[in-house]
Design a protein around this ligand. Structure first.
Ligand SMILES: [Zn+2]
Length: 418
């Protein structure tokens, strides 16, 4: 069976969901990306030791990971907590921005994404004359309720920041940062003065020591060049996305823009599922071109089940799968875009399955990264050294299917694994 569970360990003290917090947890028999089978001991939210299988002393809390590939946990760099899960609202009409509604949806979506493995999430939240600050307050409440399970950061997205209407937008953005928006965001393309808008965001972020994460379609090379010039040298570096419009530029213009972004140290968060804007703006950034120019490219999920995307799993492994299948990245690089690079884009510490690194881990049933990107049903998610979510899938075939399978050479059998 391609994704069945290993037999449950006989050890009565085997770790279940919720164990390991602050204490010690031994992950035994896990496979790493390089093929080694290891034991990993977690303690105090960090990886304390990694040794060959059986080499670390048995522990009171143990989780048998034989049959699983153990990975640095992915992170979700681009969600929309204010509009998520509104596509199936019982009453058609405008989205409800009631604090309770937004908090419930943002929390539900974050738990879904956590179940897929994303132990850190960055959620863009619009603020302004229509919504006010209520959706931001709701997402900040969701952030508090998720503490210990996942790290959620809110990005304040003001509507206008220049001209007469911009004065109100700027005042609201200042309030948003004071309330606890961890990142300053926005959509410069939607302001009458995109460069002025971006400049205002960068100044305010620098003033408050906040990172910047801007939406842009990326189809205007002059605008991108100005943004890169303004962002160059800033610490922390600026993140932009989803940049699907870059893929529609003539190749030479796109390559020049990519060089400018790379020189400015700008990270691009692409959305392989098609973006988060209007239908005519859906698509994905030219990932290979950006990477060839030296741009750091992370990948996120974007919108999920709202007006711009009626479906969505919020699964980082799906984003990586799409990067590998459509972006034609190697599977390991595609996973890096949703894990290592996504974490870096979000200002999070690096995770490696090595002693001393944070215990932010995802175990997926399977042997190789290409296999787990293709068939990743069973997963165990570890946040701060503690098992926070577990998904178990069992597939059963009828007897005649099993009889057929037994006739196959080993490689072709359905139970040969990914
Ligand atoms: Zn977006």
């Amino acid at each position: 069976m391609p994704d069945s569970q290993p037999p449950p360990p006989n050890d009565a003290s085997a770790a279940s969901v919720g164990t390991g917090h602050a204490g010690t947890l031994l992950l035994s028999g896990a496979r790493l990306m390089d093929g080694r089978i290891v034991d990993v001991r977690l303690n105090g939210g960090r990886i304390e030791a990694v040794g060959t299988a059986g080499s670390l002393a048995p522990h009171s809390s143990r989780l048998d990971l034989s049959g699983y590939l153990l990975l640095p946990a992915p992170a979700e760099p681009h969600t929309h907590g204010d509009t998520v899960l509104t596509a199936d609202a019982p009453a058609p009409g405008p989205v409800s921005y009631e604090i309770e509604d937004v908090q419930r949806r943002a929390t539900e979506a974050a738990l879904l994404q956590l179940g897929h493995g994303a132990t850190a999430l960055r959620s863009h939240v619009r603020i302004g004359d229509v919504q006010g600050l209520d959706p931001l307050e709701a997402v900040l409440q969701a952030r508090r309720s998720l503490r210990g399970l996942a790290d959620l950061t809110a990005v304040a997205v003001p509507r206008l920041l220049t001209g007469v209407a911009g004065a109100d937008g700027l005042a609201m953005l200042r309030d948003a940062v004071k309330m606890g928006a961890g990142v300053v965001g926005g959509c410069p393309d939607a302001d009458p003065d995109p460069a002025g808008y971006a400049e205002t965001v960068l100044e305010l972020a620098a003033e408050h020591g906040r990172p910047v994460d801007l939406h842009t379609h990326g189809d205007d090379p002059a605008r991108l060049a100005r943004l890169a010039a303004m962002a160059g040298g800033l610490r922390p570096g600026v993140v932009i996305g989803p940049c699907a419009g870059l893929a529609r530029l003539p190749r030479e213009a796109a390559a020049r823009a990519a060089d400018q972004l790379a020189a400015a140290g700008v990270t691009v968060v692409c959305l392989p599922q098609g973006g988060c804007g209007a239908v005519e703006r859906r698509g994905s950034a030219p990932v290979r071109l950006l990477r060839a120019a030296g741009v750091r490219v992370a990948a996120g999920s974007g919108t999920m089940r709202d007006v711009s995307n009626p479906v969505g799993r919020g699964d980082p492994l799906e984003a990586a799968y799409l990067l590998a299948s459509q972006g034609r990245l190697r599977a390991g690089d595609a996973y890096g875009a949703v894990a290592t690079v996504a974490r870096e884009a979000m200002g999070l510490p690096e995770v490696r399955v090595e002693a001393g690194f944070p215990a932010e881990l995802l175990a997926v049933r399977g042997e190789r990264i290409s296999g787990v990107l293709s068939l990743a049903y069973s997963r165990i998610v570890i946040h701060h050294g503690r098992v926070v979510a577990r998904t178990s899938a069992v597939r059963e075939y009828c007897d005649s299917a099993i009889a057929v399978a037994l006739e196959l050479p080993r490689q072709g059998r359905p139970d040969a694994g990914p």
